[in-house]
Write a protein that binds this ligand. Structure first.
Ligand code: FAD
Length: 387
């Protein structure tokens, strides 16, 4: 039962989504119990075995068509999965990046051979994916990537380094953003599929030590004269990478907004439970008018966010979500999410600062949402272009 009483989108009345949510919930309650998730946080990675179990339980390849071994669902199924994960506070298992971002690049732009080779394995979890855009020297300014993929006979030779790459330790298929024409800016960028098991010269660097989302294996990657067959270019011509990225980034931003709303619901839920049982001055903390007013404000703000995000999901399902509106959702929800977890932590007093309390973890996990998927400053630039 959600703490936010927002009318569910019409599609959710369809029995298949209720059943799917229940089956995802059962899987997570069985395989990702809090003690298990804590072990993953300590290890800094979600084990491959869990990905494979998720595949066997129908959680992977959600929006991949059945013709390529997927489950034949769409973004609505991804939303259900994100909500079930978010409601349990399991921040950092980046399955939606795998399902709704990388698999979608391959399905939209890949050749028949690429789709047949990779999509079935993405659905079983045999293949875990990543997308490597960011480099030590450039993040927001994607046109400035310095990784090169220079044609050499029937191969590309890839040189460069990437950082902050989600699923970087687990991934065995990585979409690498590289310049096939280093003399150009955006027009020189291409996306190349790197099968890490067939890429001598490819190395994984550190699994980076972050302040939150500890169970995500966010990593450095190095490419040292890595030879990749030219058939691994995504799309039928070089120089299309920037456009491909721009086409897919609105969905990525919407995903972050959906996850943000689910995480806010989780934070409100754990806070409400806490203030009901914690006593001060002889009464439960929830009985103070300040607590009630704060929670009333937060519930109102989170409700407004959910209504807007549901609207954006609806627009996206109709193929109408534009980049500026997706950017509004990403920036506004992530700002609100950070403010909300801060207030929720405050209502926990000193316990909120203790790592063993879920709100402390939620507070740390939230912060990156204002940074990745394009910083909130970049979101405002995109919105400002429409003024
Ligand atoms: C946990 C985590 C996971 C990530 N996962 C991935 C991943 O899977 N794949 C991937 O490729 N990347 C990933 N990233 C990278 C992320 O997308 C970048 O960190 C982000 O895009 C910002 O780039 P940057 O860190 O280089 O910051 P910079 O671009 O150096 O920005 C620094 C500051 O300057 C501001 N700024 C920059 N340009 C402008 C401008 N024109 N106007 C106003 N302000 C500006 C920024 O908003 C920011 O506040 C991840 C990052 C983190 C932290």
């Amino acid at each position: 039962m959600s703490i936010l009483n927002v009318a569910t989108p019409a599609y959710r009345a369809d029995e298949q989504f209720r059943l799917f949510a229940e089956s995802v919930g059962r899987f997570l309650d069985r395989e990702a119990q809090p003690t298990t998730v804590e072990r993953w946080r300590e290890a800094g990675i979600v084990p491959r075995a869990f990905w494979e179990k998720a595949g066997a339980s129908g959680l992977l390849g959600l929006s991949t068509s059945e013709a390529y071994g997927g489950t034949g669902g769409d973004f609505r199924h991804e939303v259900v999965l994100m909500e079930e994960i978010g409601r349990r506070g399991i921040e950092g298992w980046d399955v939606t990046l795998h399902n709704a971002i990388v698999a979608q690049y391959i399905e939209s732009y890949g050749s028949e051979a690429q789709k047949s080779a990779w999509l079935p394995k993405i659905t079983t979890g045999e293949v875990i994916t990543a997308i490597a855009m960011t480099e030590p020297g450039t993040g927001s300014d994607l046109q400035g990537v310095r990784t090169t993929a220079v044609r050499d006979g029937d191969d590309y030779r890839i040189n460069g380094s990437k950082t902050f790459i989600t699923n970087g330790q687990n991934a065995n298929l990585i979409i690498v953003v590289a310049k096939t024409d280093p003399s150009q800016g955006a027009k020189g960028i291409s996306l190349i599929l790197v099968d890490t098991e067939k890429a001598p010269g490819f190395e994984r660097g550190r699994n980076l030590d972050k302040i939150g989302r500890d169970l995500a294996d966010t990593s450095e990657l190095f490419f040292n004269d890595v030879r990749i067959p030219i058939e691994n270019l995504l799309g039928d011509q070089e120089g299309r990478g920037f456009i491909q990225l721009m086409e897919k980034l609105p969905q990525e931003r919407l995903i972050l907004a959906v996850q943000g709303v689910a995480a806010m619901e989780y934070a409100l839920g754990v806070t409400l439970d806490y203030v009901k049982q914690r006593k001060a001055f002889g009464k439960a903390v929830v009985e103070f008018q300040n607590t009630q007013f704060k929670l009333a404000e937060l519930k109102t703000q989170a409700t407004i966010a959910k209504v807007f995000v549901n609207y954006c999901v609806g627009e996206h399902l109709e193929g109408r979500l534009d980049s500026a509106t997706a950017s509004m959702a990403k920036y506004w929800v992530s700002d609100l999410h950070c403010a909300l977890v801060d207030e929720c932590l405050q209502l926990h007093g000193g316990y909120g600062y203790m790592n063993e309390y879920p709100i402390a973890q939620a507070y740390k996990d939230a912060r990156v949402n204002r940074i990745y998927g394009g910083t909130n400053e970049i979101m405002k630039l995109l919105i400002a272009r429409t003024l």
